[in-house]
Write a protein that binds this ligand. Structure first.
Ligand code: TAP
Length: 268
C-alpha cells in the first residue's frame, strides 16, 4: 500500500519539480525516524528525526519559493501536463563562436556577467572562472556573477565553489539584484548552466519549468553559451535560448574551454 501510494504520488512529477520532491521525501524520513523514536522510546531517534524533518521542511519551502510555486502546486502540478506540448518550442539555427572570437568579444566589452551552473561544478572550472574574471578586470572590464537560487544541485552550490576559488563575495549577485542589469550588459557568459536561463519558464505555459523565475540573460547584447552539446539540463527540457539570434554556442568542457580563452586573453 505504501509503495503504491509513494509511486503514484511521485511518478507524475518531473522536470524542475524533482528537487523539491526529493527535499520533501527527505523531510518525511526525518518524521518517520522521529515517530519510530516515540514507539521505541529512543530519545536520540526523536531528536535527530525532528532535526532532519524540520530542516527538510524548511528546505522544501525555500526551494518551492525559489521556483515561485507552492509545495501543494508542485505535488499536483504533474497531473495533466502533456510532455509533447511541454516540449513544443520555436527552433531555428544555432550559431557557434570560436575561442578566439569569444576572447576578443569579452576583452572589448565594458560589462560582462558570468552565469555559472551545474556544468561548472562537473568540470571543476571554478578556479579558471576566477582567473578569467581577474584577467578581464585587468583589461578594464566590469565583471559580475549572477547566482540563481537553484543553480547546481544543492542550495548554495555555486557560492561554495566560487568561494573555494577565492572569488570576491561582493561580485556575486542574487537573481533579483542582477536581473535589471542584463539590459546594460555587453556579454553574458553562461558556464555549464541551462535550466536557470531557459526562457520556457517565462514563455511556455505548457513547460514543466513554467513559473520558475530565471536569470533574464536574453536582455543582454550578446550571449556566449558554454556547454558540451545541445543536450538539455536537469529538467530534461530543450532550451530555446540556443536558437536566439544573440546566442553563440561555445562547445566543449567548461574547464578546457576556459583555459583556452585565458591563454588567448593573455595574448590580446
Ligand atoms: P542544468 O540545467 O542541469 O544544466 C547543466 C548543463 O551543464 C547541462 O545542460 C550540461 O550540458 C552542462 N555540462 C555538464 N557537464 C559539463 C562540462 N563538463 N562542461 C560544460 N558544460 C557541462 O544546470 P543549472 O542551469 O545549474 O540548473 C540546475 C537544475 O538542477 C535546475 O533544474 C534545478 O531545479 C535542479 N536542481 C537544483 C538543486 C539545487 S538545490 N540547486 C537540487 C537538485 C536539482 P552538456 O551535457 O551539453 O554539456
Amino acid at each position: 500500500m505504501g509503495g503504491v501510494l509513494g509511486f503514484s504520488g511521485v511518478f507524475p512529477i518531473g522536470g524542475a519539480d524533482m528537487p523539491v520532491i526529493i527535499a520533501l521525501l527527505n523531510a518525511f524520513t526525518g518524521l518517520a525516524a522521529s515517530i519510530s523514536g516515540f514507539a521505541l522510546n529512543n530519545n536520540a531517534m526523536i531528536v535527530s528525526g525532528t532535526l532532519v524533518g524540520a530542516s527538510g521542511t524548511i528546505l522544501t519551502f525555500l526551494m518551492a519559493k525559489a521556483m515561485n510555486r507552492s509545495v501543494f502546486n508542485v505535488l499536483l502540478g504533474g497531473f495533466g501536463v502533456s510532455s509533447q506540448k511541454a516540449q513544443e518550442m520555436k527552433k531555428g539555427n544555432i550559431q557557434e563562436i570560436s575561442v578566439q572570437d569569444a576572447s576578443i568579444l569579452l576583452s572589448y566589452s565594458n560589462n560582462v556577467i558570468i552565469v555559472p551552473g551545474y556544468g561548472m561544478a562537473v568540470s571543476g572550472a571554478q578556479n579558471e572562472v576566477h582567473e578569467l574574471e581577474e584577467l578581464l578586470e585587468k583589461k578594464g572590464v566590469n565583471v559580475k556573477y549572477a547566482i540563481h537560487p537553484v543553480a547546481g544541485r544543492m542550495p548554495g552550490h555555486m557560492n561554495v565553489l566560487l568561494a573555494e576559488a577565492k572569488v570576491d563575495y561582493s561580485k556575486l549577485y542574487e537573481m533579483e539584484q542582477i536581473n535589471p542589469e542584463f539590459k546594460n550588459t555587453d556579454v553574458v557568459l553562461i558556464i555549464g548552466a541551462n535550466d536557470i536561463v531557459n526562457p520556457a519558464a517565462k514563455n511556455n505555459p505548457n513547460s514543466p519549468l513554467y513559473g520558475m523565475p530565471i536569470l533574464e540573460v536574453d536582455q543582454a547584447q550578446n550571449i556566449i553559451f558554454m556547454k558540451r552539446s545541445l543536450r538539455p539540463g536537469f529538467a530534461g527540457i530543450e532550451n530555446e535560448l540556443f536558437f536566439n539570434p544573440k546566442t553563440r554556442m561555445l562547445f566543449g568542457d567548461a574547464k578546457e574551454t576556459l583555459k583556452k580563452i585565458i591563454s588567448e586573453l593573455k595574448n590580446i
